[in-house]
Design a protein around this ligand. Structure first.
Ligand SMILES: [Zn+2]
Length: 430
């Protein structure tokens, strides 16, 4: 155990002091948005709240939620709380389901982002002597930029390769001696696959020791596969464009997801009623950015389902702990009355011997009724062995064991499912 911290004072702050700090920052934030932005002013006034109404952390409940619809309605800069000339950087989500979400940053916001990412990556084990291959997509997307800022702040060497051109990723990884890989978990698997095709053993032929992954839901079983295949330790990152990008939550050496709660205040709510839940229960994550200037989010509904605890961690950090994301409430499927998350199907498939990491959940809608099936690629060796009905049966049994639901599984030839250099498409509708 190393017991090392990027910011020992904050990361090990007694919980009582953390709450005092959060409360002080919340009061200041509410006053700030109320006096600088018309939308927030109206929203808060409509809820019959004044900045003075916020006296304790519990009073946050009086404030209305911020939703994705709000962000779309005020696209692109309607929620900015500072003169536009103070904005020095801007990012945006892909906007595949509507207008993109815009993330503007002041100089101080950029500084905060770098600090949060440095803290997170340092907790993952990234150090000055590391060489981080940054295979997140550069561009408007926050991912690559956040990882770059944090790694440079630590003093590591950043290879700004971006996503795609997978053969080149492998050459660069070998030639530059990359020790850390930053990308989506599924892209790391695709890089490993191409490396194998080129005759490499990913676990032995590279200097890679650390994976810093995010931007995608992935199961613990998938993490184990990635760690084994690359011979690395793989860590999860959680963040959202609406909040700052990556840098909100990441893991310590014990793989506990610590929330950078001095700047991002977490709440849990019942996704159906909006009622606040106690920590320890499972619900929808709601976040408030306590210190951002350009676009502060107050009680943003993430639609991500998880739980939060304030238990002490063996690493010494007192920052609250978030569970892995169970799924987005949008991804939840109801099949024959059973609630199904794609991550549960992934976890079941990974139990089957001879399975590869490539699968797709196929949703078919007939009238109002959904049915599910799964296409999965066995490994090359398992595929050549034949008797694929055994393989399918075993996968169906594993899914049944977890979900109590019969989901037909089809074994399909290796390399049938399109590979992704960013977020993998794990659920398709036919
Ligand atoms: Zn910890």
């Amino acid at each position: 155990m190393t017991q090392e911290f990027w910011d020992r004072k904050t990361e090990t702050m007694p919980l009582r002091e953390l709450k005092e700090l959060q409360c002080k920052r919340l009061k200041k934030l509410v006053k700030y948005v109320y006096t600088t932005n018309q939308f927030y002013h109206k929203k808060i006034s409509d809820a019959k709240v004044k900045p003075e109404s916020i006296k304790t952390l519990k009073d946050i409940k009086k404030l209305p939620f911020l939703t994705k619809q709000d962000l779309r309605a005020y696209y692109p800069f309607g929620l900015v709380c500072t003169p536009l000339e103070n904005i020095v950087e801007v990012h945006a989500s892909s906007g595949t389901t509507g207008k993109p979400v815009v993330g503007p940053y002041t100089k101080n916001d950029v500084e905060l982002w770098g600090e949060m990412m440095a803290r997170s990556l340092y907790a993952n084990g990234l150090r000055k002597h590391d060489v981080m291959q940054n295979a997140y997509g550069y561009g408007l997307f926050t991912g690559a930029h956040g990882f770059e800022k944090g790694a440079q702040k630590i003093g590591a060497m950043v290879i700004t390769i971006g996503s795609g051109n997978t053969e080149r990723q492998i050459d660069i990884m070998k030639d530059f001696g990359s020790t850390a890989l930053a990308c989506t978990p599924s892209y790391s698997l695709h890089i490993a696959e191409v490396a194998e095709e080129k005759g490499f053993n990913p676990a032995k032929d590279f200097k890679l020791r650390l994976g810093v992954f995010g931007a995608e839901a992935w199961s613990e079983e998938m993490r184990k596969n990635i760690e084994k295949r690359w011979g690395i330790v793989a860590h999860e990152h959680y963040g959202l464009t609406e909040l700052i990008g990556p840098g909100v939550v990441s893991e310590c050496e014990y793989k506990k997801l610590h929330i950078n709660a001095d700047h991002f205040y977490p709440e849990l709510i019942d996704p159906n009623t909006g009622e606040t839940l106690e920590f320890g229960e499972e619900g929808e994550l709601v976040y408030t950015t306590l210190t951002k200037e350009a676009f502060p989010a107050i009680r943003f509904r993430t639609k991500d389902l998880a739980s939060i605890t304030e238990e002490t961690c063996d690493c010494g950090r007192t920052l609250p702990i978030q569970s892995r994301i169970k799924g987005r409430s949008d991804d939840m499927m109801k099949v024959k009355g059973v609630i199904v998350f794609p991550s549960q199907i992934e976890a079941a498939l990974m139990q089957v011997s001879g399975v590869s990491d490539n699968y797709q959940i196929v949703k078919t809608k007939q009238g109002d009724i959904y049915s599910l099936s799964v296409d999965v690629e066995p490994s090359e060796d398992r595929y050549k062995e034949g008797h694929l009905d055994d393989f399918e049966k075993r996968a169906e049994n594993e899914i049944y064991r977890i979900l109590n639901l019969h989901v037909p599984v089809h074994a399909i030839p290796p390399k049938t499912i399109p590979r992704s250099t960013g977020k993998a498409k794990r659920v398709i509708e036919r």
